[in-house]
Write a protein that binds this ligand. Structure first.
Ligand code: NAG
Ligand code: NAG
Length: 312
């Protein structure tokens, strides 16, 4: 930017500061961050976050606004979308800390991998997420794809019935198994795995990879009820065009087919909490969700979003 231009914009900036309007105050999916909320929202989570550092007077930021709002809707429940108004005095240090040099700056914050096999006390307490400046095209789909590619995947793929049985036999924690009509792991299932990290281990097995249960499987001895359930269900599921979500508690030889009209995160969380008396770490029904909801809405009302990633 040339000096004169800069001066003009700075003057506008001053005016904007007086008005103190954030670009996303009225958006139900984008969190306007402050130094007080930044670390808790961005670093205190196993979710990935897209953050836009902006100034309300900047033309490119205004152009990006519509795309950001769409990204917020599309990524709702899958990744966090947030923004920092660098024009506000109390936010300036934060923008400096992340070396924001121009507006808008889009940054993606990626969580460290959690090893849930280790006891909580031995897990790396690396709270700081890795940050990366998004250098791609400022359009909806490349931005969304970039964020999706930075989401940690805790869903393990299983490629056969034998493997499923051996995994269930050795399971200390509860597990969630998606018998899936598709091969790929959907963003929403990856988000479910994040919500329940450390509580349920998540697996997926494509219907096409299923085969009959071996007569002599170990599971029949250790978990007779689960084994019987699989024996009855797998032949049906092998040829099914539908997905089926089942929670297993091998320690108590219990299972629960999660019945939902459509597999949305709130429905899954409600079903799991009701069946096993557990609460998720993040997402619907979690304490953290209440905190985020308050930040997001303040006095604004949340509207139901039309999502493109609401299918498992
Ligand atoms: C991520 O999830 C693990 C397992 O539930 C939890 O111990 C850890 O505190 C979470 N990390 C953050 C930053 O919330
Ligand atoms: C599943 O993967 C293992 C290797 O991880 C392989 O040995 C096995 O043949 C595969 N089974 C099927 C049914 O594809």
């Amino acid at each position: 930017m040339r000096l004169l231009e800069w001066l003009v914009w700075s003057w506008f900036g001053l005016q904007a500061t007086v008005l103190a309007q954030n670009l996303y105050d009225s958006d139900p999916h984008i969190i306007e961050l402050t130094p007080k909320s930044f670390d808790k929202v961005v670093h205190g989570t196993n979710y990935t976050t897209l953050v836009e550092f902006y100034a309300p007077w900047c033309g490119y930021c205004q152009q990006l606004k519509g795309i950001m709002k769409k990204a917020g809707k599309v990524l709702d429940g899958v990744a966090q979308v947030a923004s920092v108004n660098c024009d506000v005095a109390k936010n300036k240090k934060l923008c400096g800390q992340y070396k924001v040099q121009g507006f808008p700056t889009l940054m993606v914050f990626r969580p460290p991998k959690v090893d849930v096999s280790k006891p909580v006390s031995e897990r790396l307490q690396l709270r700081n997420h890795a940050s990366e400046v998004y250098q791609g095209v400022r359009k909806l789909s490349p931005m969304v794809d970039f964020v999706l590619s930075r989401i940690k995947n805790y869903v393990r793929r299983i490629n056969g019935t034998g493997k499923l049985c051996s995994i269930l036999e050795g399971q200390g924690r509860k597990s969630l198994v998606l018998f899936s009509k598709r091969d790929k792991v959907s963003p929403i299932y990856r988000a479910v795995a994040l919500d329940w990290l450390g509580v349920f281990d998540c697996f997926t097995i494509p219907n096409s990879k299923l085969s009959g249960l071996a007569e002599d499987n170990q599971l029949a001895t250790t978990n007779p009820q689960i084994s019987q359930f699989l024996q009855e269900t797998i032949p049906l599921q092998m040829t099914s065009e539908e997905s089926m979500l089942v929670a297993f508690d091998t320690a108590n030889d219990q299972y629960q087919v999660i019945q939902c009209d459509s597999f949305t995160k709130p429905q899954i969380s409600r079903a799991l909490s009701a069946a096993f008396n557990v609460t998720p770490m993040e997402g619907p029904l979690s304490k953290r969700e209440q905190y985020l909801h308050a930040l997001r809405t303040g006095s604004k009302k949340s509207q139901p979003a039309k999502k493109i990633h609401d299918e498992l």
